[in-house]
Write a protein that binds this ligand. Structure first.
Ligand SMILES: C[C@@](CO)(OP(=O)(O)O)[C@H](O)COP(=O)(O)OP(=O)(O)OC[C@H]1O[C@@H](n2ccc(N)nc2=O)[C@H](O)[C@@H]1O
Ligand SMILES: Nc1ncnc2c1ncn2[C@@H]1O[C@H](COP(=O)(O)OP(=O)(O)O)[C@@H](O)[C@H]1O
Length: 300
């Protein structure tokens, strides 16, 4: 018996960051959009588990010990239900590692849903969301997918309406960026400045609801982008290459270093992808549409 769950990556179409809190986190207005690049997590009984394996182009960068978010998810669910996490978790990874697209969070949410089905623990949606929030700020969104506004440290979600399909191109960078390091750089750059309370943009929420790519492009923003560019200045060349090919907008995804380009239609997305591929400014290029559904059981 095994269960497989498919989980999407995300792009942050708005990431407004407040001042550092006493607990080290930052309050956010984080507008998440799930995009059609997926990891899969397959779970099967395995005495003496948990045990994790991973396949995919970036598999060698994924930790296979108890720090893996899929392992932590299995352990958290088992502990709540007083059972042993005797499970083998296999990750088929297509989401770039340390890329600002919430790949680890996707695996955490996927493992949780898969183990719940395997073990018959029948956790409620609220219990699953609570465990997700314990695992990381981005993990609840990986479970729900679609589009959502995350407040607090990003874990308190409100579902957002979306109209139509958005066409995205993603440029994967040659190396990763650490999320805590990018937030630290944000704090360093913000020293002495007055940081406003993070608030979601009404124009942006309206553009999402209308499915209007031009209006969305005019409204996207990422307060972590200056910090990501400060730590990884070459990303400016990737952004320039995608914009020169007609992307409506180009921005760093979350803490980066993946860069995300919004295109008006599929033809324009292909042109942006082609230009990025030949620009020599990135490791790989992928096309994806949004919104994508959240974590979903695909076989059991
Ligand atoms: C920046 C974002 C935007 O969606 O995503 P990524 O770019 O990493 O994918 C998220 O806020 C990342 O969420 P996630 O990767 O789950 O982070 P967590 O494990 O909760 O926290 C890792 C570290 O990031 C910093 N952190 C995270 C969230 C937050 N609201 N404020 C923070 O300062 C803290 O230093 C924390 O110790
Ligand atoms: N299942 C997982 N997949 C990828 N990275 C993981 C996983 N579990 C833990 N990690 C750790 O989380 C870090 C951040 O990875 P990831 O979630 O891919 O990026 P980001 O936080 O930028 O979206 C990795 O460098 C790795 O050390």
């Amino acid at each position: 018996m095994s269960v497989t769950v498919r989980v999407p990556a995300k792009v942050n179409v708005q990431l407004a960051v407040g001042a550092a809190r006493p607990d080290g986190f930052h309050d956010l207005a984080n507008v998440f959009l799930a995009v059609g690049l997926y990891d899969e997590v397959t779970v099967a009984p395995s005495p003496g588990g948990p045990r994790v394996t991973c396949e995919g182009p970036d598999a060698d960068q994924v930790p296979l010990d108890r720090t893996n978010l899929a392992v932590r998810a299995a352990e958290a669910l088992a502990a709540r239900h007083g059972i042993s996490p005797d499970v083998h978790l296999h990750i088929t990874k297509d989401i770039p590692v340390a890329g600002g697209m919430a790949g680890g969070s996707a695996d955490g949410a996927g493992a949780l849903l898969a183990c719940d089905a395997l073990w018959g623990t029948n956790a409620s949606r609220d219990e699953l969301l609570d465990i997700c929030a314990e695992l990381g700020s981005d993990v609840p969104f990986s479970l729900v997918g679609g589009a959502a506004l995350g407040t607090g440290r990003g874990e308190k979600l409100r579902a957002l309406e979306t109209g139509g399909t958005f066409h995205w191109v993603f440029a994967m960078a040659a190396r990763g960026l650490s999320t805590p390091a990018v937030f630290r750089e944000f704090d360093r750059l913000a020293q002495g400045l007055d940081i406003p309370e993070p608030i979601a943009s009404e124009e942006l929420l309206g553009a999402l609801a209308e499915g209007d790519p031009d209006a969305l492009a005019a409204a996207v923003s990422n307060d972590l982008q200056p910090a990501a560019l400060s730590l990884f200045p070459e990303l400016a060349d990737t952004l320039a290459a995608g914009r020169s090919a007609g992307a409506l907008a180009g921005l760093v995804s979350g803490s980066g270093p993946t860069t995300a380009f919004l295109a008006r239609d599929p033809e324009s997305a292909l042109k942006v992808a082609e230009t990025l591929r030949s620009s020599g400014t990135c490791r790989a290029v992928r096309l994806a549409t949004a919104p994508a559904p959240g974590a979903t059981v695909v076989s059991a």
